[in-house]
Ligand binder design. Structure first.
Ligand SMILES: NC(=O)c1ccc[n+]([C@@H]2O[C@H](COP(=O)([O-])OP(=O)(O)OC[C@H]3O[C@@H](n4cnc5c(N)ncnc54)[C@H](O)[C@@H]3O)[C@@H](O)[C@H]2O)c1
Length: 349
């Protein structure tokens, strides 16, 4: 497998090193060959060269089986231009329309919700990843004056909404799950989200074994906190998915625990922890590497290496249960030591 690795900025570099360490442990245990190419694209690279990514950057990425990204964001690049090109650009250019975020609590101790355990927090969120308000269409008129008008358009297309909602139903059916919940704000956003309603109602009858429910996004946020156990699969738009998956990450023990995939089924896809570059944590060996390591497991699972992914998941679970983790989730290990423990678990378990 050919994998492009973009460690990026801040703690992205540290957690990526641990994810790669665990991949080497997988190689040692299961054989197989992972051909990694480390790409320097980052704030550092941008500041040194003026280039966010090369002009053939997206074509280059298409040549890999998968892309792994640490995190991007650096205070020295205040407009985040490099992150926009590398991260959002890759999502759009490679048409990675499925943002896949599993929400799985590994140990009751990590959950801030009262009396909730692993059986209550186990669902996935599918976030539409190529449309919505993130396409950057809009403008500012009379910018930086008291008369400023700022417009940011939200894009919803039939094709875009249809393929993500269909993916959610297909994913549920393939795994014997019986509940798909769509969240929108069609009561207030009566144009764009009417399209979500139409598509959801059109597709739901095609999946008779699956119960299709709908919440407005504000109600869904409330129910996620009150009763997360009612959810199996949630599907929503780009902005709402971004917000609720940070909320959901707290159920798992915080941003350091959450993994994600940006997927176009059958094509080069990109995997990354949900968290950002956390500049305050950078270079201190304190960042939790589990979000990144679990993202590597998602990468392997998506490429069909199911046993390898399961071995990583088992090693992560054991690290959490034995509290051999970083301080954000109650342990006392550094980033590297937490990664060592999980890598050793992969080779031994
Ligand atoms: N996908 C990405 O690359 C991505 C995502 C979000 C933010 N960002 C960028 O990252 C920079 C910082 O953004 P932010 O502070 O809003 O979000 P962040 O996710 O970097 O950090 C927010 C807080 O979450 C906690 N946290 C995050 N990751 C952790 C980890 N691995 N271990 C332990 N604790 C962790 C820390 O308390 C941190 O202060 C910004 O430049 C932002 O644009 C990038």
């Amino acid at each position: 497998m050919k994998i492009a690795v973009i460690a990026g900025d801040g703690i992205g570099k540290e957690v990526t090193a641990e994810a790669v360490k665990v991949l080497h442990a997988v190689e040692q245990r299961f054989g197989g060959s992972y051909d990694l190419e480390h790409l320097p694209w980052s704030a550092e690279h941008f500041l040194a060269t003026g280039e966010t990514l090369p002009s053939n950057g997206y074509d280059l990425l298409r040549q890999f089986d998968a892309v792994f990204i640490g995190a991007l964001g650096d205070p020295r690049v205040p407009d985040n231009r490099h992150a926009r090109d590398i991260l959002l650009g890759t999502r759009f250019e490679l048409d990675l329309y499925v943002n896949y975020r599993p929400v799985k609590l590994l140990d009751e101790r990590l959950c801030p919700l009262k009396e909730r355990g692993p059986k209550d927090v186990n669902f996935v969120v599918f976030r539409e990843n190529t449309e919505g308000v993130y396409v950057g269409i809009g403008g500012r008129f009379k910018a930086n004056t008291v008369d400023e008008v700022a417009i940011q358009e939200e894009i919803n297309t039939y094709k875009g909404v249809h393929r993500i909602v269909k993916h959610a139903f297909e994913w549920a059916r393939a795994r014997g799950l019986t509940k798909v919940c769509m969240a929108d704000k069609s009561n207030a956003m009566t144009q764009g989200h009417a399209l979500w309603q139409r598509v959801f109602k059109e597709l739901a009858p095609q999946y008779p074994g699956v119960t299709a429910t709908h919440y407005y996004i504000d109600a869904l946020a409330m129910y996620m906190v009150l009763d997360p156990g009612q959810f199996e699969v949630i599907v929503t738009n780009n902005l709402f998915g971004d917000i609720i998956t940070d909320l959901a990450a707290t159920f798992q023990g915080g941003l350091g625990m959450a993994a994600s995939g940006n997927i176009h089924p059958g094509r080069t896809s990109m995997f990354e922890p949900v968290h950002g570059s956390a500049p305050r944590f950078a270079g201190r060996n304190i960042a939790n590497p589990i979000g990144a390591i679990s993202s590597m497991a998602l990468l392997l699972e998506t490429l069909g290496a199911k046993d390898e992914a399961a071995a990583i998941d088992a090693a992560v679970l054991r690290a959490v249960q034995e509290n051999r983790v970083t301080s954000d989730v109650g342990g006392s290990l550094g980033t590297r030591e937490a990664g060592d423990f999980i890598a050793a678990g992969v080779t031994r378990l």
